[in-house]
Design a protein around this ligand. Structure first.
Ligand code: NAD
Length: 515
């Protein structure tokens, strides 16, 4: 093990972490998806552990909500710096546990640092409106209050950034939180929480008299049944922010709604790029390659559908195939690798099945395919070849409407932009979208009210790789939630409309005379 790996091992030191060789049934083992070797095991927490953590968080939040927001921001500034100090080993841990290449692992930590910086500025900008009252000597305004203790459920593929998008904002807003991470990436969750706790325990800004300041950042590692659903049903948590599959979102959304709680859902995508015949090919190809092959197609924003004008569809396919074939696949810690493994064998099976269905539905494999998926079968690691599927004109394969969380790209063909927009929007998900064109008219048509129906719509930029400054999220089955930049912070606060009568009379609204 390199010195660097030893450094990242230090990050997840915790009483819950045990040697994988001694792990019992009460543990989850974290595997390296590139080697299938266990990294370490984590003792699963129970319903009772969850209850204790919520009680502690609620107690700490009662003090935290009184701390001036810029002071909360100061602690988040220090936390951002602590993540900065550990950026490289943290990025490496993401790579080790999730399998994305190191540059992307580090990129994810940079995203976490960026959102911390954003939250620091935000801590002085939790603005409310002033409103003109219709009554004399009345002042009306809105103010934003902390929401309370919230639940955060995260997916395996962004084990650092998704928590950070929620946690950094929620903390400056005055909330406490309980994090339930994916059981595929528990060590990264422990590492992030260790850093957050260390900052909270070594500061002189927030020292509540009867509890631990670190309890603002709660973490409970447990199963969906024991911890996940208990959290979702917990009336003490006014907000559940849940990131993951549409399947999970349907369960979580319904259960939170049943108790009239709020949910912020960030679910699956089926992201398309429309390619016009006036495209700049030299811009398109790297954009598609990163979007479809980056993170081995395991981003919610990964490019899954390329909808190409019939004038250039052959050229796009012809140029993409050699680019796909030359992608270095292998150890994600190796600098030269561009594509690491999928997270587990079920993901490999799902990709194989999707390819088989596409072929059965009349599609043609241009590169990769079932052979490409099986090529790595005898070696350790969940590696696959990225695959391109060409969809014949007029065919609408049902499998292409589903999100297969793997590097599987469908190429469609169109003659008219109006048809392309219709094809683009004809899926259940609505996360990220793009058009590549040199025409202002086509670009603006794509961005018009009856253009792309997604939460993210780009021009001459791929579908993946969002910046933190914008609100992130999608429509339709993607869940409608917004996280990260812009005014997403409002999800973590409650709006209060206040009217102050500084006169000596009691006029009623709408001019009502009463008595
Ligand atoms: P998943 O749905 O299997 O799991 C996500 C999280 O939900 C995990 O923590 C899991 O334990 C939890 N969960 C599952 N069932 C639950 C239940 N009944 N109650 C409470 N918690 C439950 O997803 P995954 O495989 O980890 O991640 C991949 C999926 O996440 C893809 O669909 C991807 O598009 C999506 N994703 C979306 C975004 C976004 O911002 N829109 C970001 C990342 C990933």
């Amino acid at each position: 093990m390199s010195q660097q790996l030893l450094q990242s091992a230090d990050l997840y030191r915790h009483s819950l972490v045990v040697d994988a060789a001694t792990a019992g049934d009460d543990c989850v083992i974290s595997y390296n998806p590139a080697t299938e070797e266990p990294i370490a095991a984590v003792r699963l927490q129970s319903k009772q552990d969850y209850q204790d953590a919520v009680q502690r968080a609620i107690k700490a939040q009662r003090h935290w909500r009184r701390v001036p927001a810029p002071k909360r921001g100061e602690l988040i500034r220090r936390m951002g710096n602590a993540f900065r100090d550990q950026c490289d080993p943290l990025g490496e841990l993401v790579t080790l546990e999730m399998g994305k290449i190191k540059a992307e692992g580090v990129g994810e930590v940079v995203e976490c640092i960026d959102i911390a910086d954003f939250a620091v500025g935000l801590s002085r900008q939790l603005y409310g409106l002033t409103i003109q009252s219709e009554r004399p000597q009345h002042r009306m305004f809105e103010q934003w209050q902390p929401l309370g203790t919230i639940g955060i459920i995260t997916a395996f593929n962004f084990p650092v950034a998704v928590w950070a998008w929620n946690a950094m904002l929620a903390a400056v807003c005055g909330d406490a939180m309980i994090w339930k991470p994916s059981l595929a990436t528990p060590l990264t969750a422990i590492a992030m929480t260790n850093i957050a706790h260390d900052v909270m325990r070594h500061q002189d800004i927030f020292n509540p008299p009867d509890c631990d300041a670190a309890d603002i950042f709660g973490l409970v590692i447990g199963t969906d049944q024991e911890v996940g659903e208990t959290m979702v049903d917990d009336r003490r948590l006014p907000l559940i922010s849940a990131t993951g599959s549409c399947r999970m979102g349907r369960i979580v959304g319904e259960r939170v709604a049943a108790r009239l709680g709020r949910s912020l859902l960030e679910l699956g995508g089926n992201n398309g790029i429309i390619v016009m015949n006036d495209v700049d090919m030299d811009m398109l190809l790297p954009g598609v390659l990163f979007g479809a092959v980056g993170t081995a197609g395991q981003r919610c924003t990964s490019t899954r559908r390329l909808i190409c004008h019939s004038d250039i569809v052959d050229e796009v396919a012809t140029r993409l195939v050699p680019a796909y074939k030359s992608v270095p696949i292998g150890n994600p810690l190796d600098k030269n690798t561009l594509m690491g493994p999928l997270i587990n064998s079920q993901s490999v099976d799902a990709m194989r099945q999707a390819i088989e269905r596409a072929v059965a539905e009349g599609c043609e494999i241009l590169t990769g395919g079932v052979e490409g998926v099986d090529r790595f079968k005898s070696a350790p690691g969940h590696f696959v070849e990225p695959t391109i599927v060409r969809v014949p004109k007029g065919v609408q394969p049902a499998i292409a409407k589903e999100e297969t969380f793997a590097p599987l790209l469908y190429i469609f063909e169109f003659d008219d932009l109006e048809d392309a927009i219709e094809m683009h929007n004809d899926v259940d998900q609505g996360l990220s979208s793009a058009i590549f064109t040199s025409s202002l008219r086509s670009a603006e048509r794509f961005l018009s009210p009856d253009g792309s129906d997604c939460g993210i719509a780009n021009v001459n930029i791929g579908t993946s790789g969002a910046e933190i400054g914008g609100a992130f999220g999608g429509e339709k089955d993607t869940g409608g939630g917004r996280e990260s930049g812009s005014d997403s912070w409002k999800a973590y606060m409650r709006r209060q409309t206040c009217t102050v009568n500084y006169g000596a009379d009691m006029p009623l609204a709408q001019g009502i005379e009463f008595g």
